[in-house]
Design a protein around this ligand. Structure first.
Ligand code: GDP
Length: 364
């Protein structure tokens, strides 16, 4: 599955957000640094109105949304790459996620201590990015020594790796993240294998006070500006509101949102932004028993998509009976879509499209 790591300085609202996301009290919010010591892992349902539409048409008994994993990663402080705070553990946990949700404190509150003694989300973002860049430099320098030995021994892969490491090192030493490097298609695989922290896509989460949840504030505006300049995404959320909403029944939650002037829960926007950031798409399987959503990376072929359900589906793949979402809905279900000639038989090379309703035929 796909994993988002929630990172940020201590006391910016990570645990509050994580609690709201996973609706558990597992990650205890508390007003002191280093409260979250172990990484907490939680799965959340990806909200998708299309799934409900499909289920209504097919009168499916059960609706099963697709899921995304969030990891609450322990607080980082200046000096983490040198082992300060929970630095090394933090960096190891970050290496394992597909993308980073970087929570930035965009609320003023004299009762909540800021580790640096001032509220400045842009400076906070730089503090963390700097630690990640330093960690990347250190890991590359360590690995270069080994690689140089292999290069001398005539290892072709090592030659490619050394070249990529030096490209990364050049931008990192210039104070920029490795994600700015333009990598050729034939180098992409080797580049990903370097597993650099600053190549992971970043989504800034502006944690604003309750009153600013709808419009944001001056601090979140500065983050938006920074994010745009970097080509990164941002969302505005009030972690406290989200935590309150997560404890309400759906109808109550809807009323509460309307009172706050919000059209949808911030968490839904956050999850969707994560989905976009990771270039993820959804396909559906729909029948009277259940309507279910499945996550794939954009560009995934039919056998690989089948493999998300079960490895045997991929191994024995014969074909995928496919109905586009719009056809399924406008024509009123599988039967009518089939009659109208809108059910296509697609083979191994078919690239699944977002919203496809699929049946897989396979050999056992
Ligand atoms: P973490 O260390 O980043 O995980 O931060 P926590 O989630 O534990 O939050 C630290 C403190 O800030 C807690 O006392 C939260 O209740 C408080 N907090 C979180 N979000 C907000 C907010 O939007 N406004 C205010 N005033 N306090 C917040």
């Amino acid at each position: 599955g796909f994993k988002m790591g929630i990172v940020g300085l201590p006391n910016v609202g990570k645990s509050t957000l994580f609690n709201a996301l996973t609706r558990t009290a597992a990650a205890q919010a508390a007003n002191f640094p280093f409260c979250t010591i172990e990484p907490n892992v939680g799965e959340v349902a990806v909200p998708d109105a299309r799934l409900d539409q499909l289920a209504a048409i097919a009168q499916s008994k059960q609706i099963i949304p697709t899921r995304m994993t969030f990891v609450d990663i322990a607080g980082l402080v200046k000096g983490a790459s040198k082992g300060e705070g929970l630095g090394n553990q933090f960096l190891a946990n970050i290496r394992e996620v597909d993308a980073i949700a970087h929570v930035l404190r965009c609320f003023e509150d004299g009762d909540v201590t800021h580790v640096e003694g001032r509220v400045d989300p842009v400076a906070d973002a730089e503090t963390i990015e700097t630690e990640l860049m330093l960690a990347d430099i250190e890991s590359i320098e360590k690995r270069l020594q080994n690689i140089v030995r292999k290069v001398r021994g005539g290892d072709k892969e090592a030659v490619q790796q050394e070249r990529l490491m030096r490209m990364a090192l050049a931008v990192l030493e210039d104070g920029r993240p490795a994600r700015v490097v333009d990598v050729d298609a034939e180098d992409l695989k080797a580049w990903r294998m370097l597993q650099l922290l600053t190549t992971k896509p970043v989504l800034y989460v502006c944690n604003v006070g309750e009153g600013d949840a709808a419009e944001g504030n001056d601090l979140s505006a500065k983050v938006a500006q920074m994010a745009a300049a970097q080509g990164n995404a941002h969302v505005i959320i009030s972690a406290q509101i989200e935590e309150e909403i997560s404890q309400l029944e759906p109808e109550e939650a809807q009323m509460f949102l309307e009172e706050m002037g919000l059209s949808e829960a911030g968490l839904d926007r956050l999850i969707r932004a994560g989905y976009e950031l990771l270039h993820l798409e959804t396909y559906f399987t729909v029948g009277p028993k259940e309507a279910r959503a499945w996550t794939i990376a954009s560009g995934t072929t039919a056998p690989k998509a089948a493999g998300v359900i079960h490895g045997d589906f991929e191994k024995g793949f014969i074909r995928a009976e496919t109905i586009a979402f719009d056809d399924f809905v406008t024509l009123g279900g599988e039967g009518p879509a089939k009659e109208a000639g809108k059910m296509r038989a697609e083979g191994k090379g078919y690239v699944v499209k977002d919203g496809d309703v699929l049946h897989f035929l396979f050999n056992t």
